[in-house]
Ligand binder design. Structure first.
Ligand SMILES: [Zn+2]
Length: 137
């Protein structure tokens, strides 16, 4: 037995079992297969696996979305690097100094552990956490 997804001339989709492909061909040719919705006998095999095609399309869209997101993040990273001073691991210290006026106010960037970042935020130091994507490829 073989299961075919069929479609009538009115685009109703339905499934039907046949002994084999040849049986389907013979019955379809003689107009013996009728659409269960409208009774139309002009049935045809529906395009294969519409579900699979949809899944693949979605996966591709997700991949493209990740690619787009990555571009945005790389662009943001470059702009930070061009416009801000890299203070590296001294970031929490420098950010605090700038906040309290002990250091010249200027845009800086660097590293902070999640705990350090939380401490700064709790102190009211205006910082922004951004995903630092690896470049290349
Ligand atoms: Zn129909």
């Amino acid at each position: 037995m073989i299961l075919f997804e069929l479609r009538c001339a009115h685009q109703h989709h339905f499934e039907a079992w046949f002994r084999d492909g040849a049986t389907y061909d013979a019955q379809a040719a003689k107009g013996e297969i009728a659409c269960p919705v409208c009774g139309d006998c002009a049935v045809d095999k529906a395009p294969m696996a519409p579900h699979l095609a949809k899944t693949r399309g979605t996966a591709l869209d997700a991949q493209e979305a990740v690619g787009e997101m990555r571009k945005v993040l790389v662009d943001m990273k470059r702009r930070v690097q061009e416009n801000c001073e890299d203070v590296g691991e001294r970031f929490p210290e420098e950010a605090r100094k700038i906040h309290y006026g002990d250091s010249e106010a200027r845009p800086i960037y660097g590293e902070a552990t999640p705990a350090e970042a939380r401490d700064l935020e709790e102190e009211g130091v205006a910082i922004q956490r951004i995903p630092w994507v690896a470049e290349g490829n």
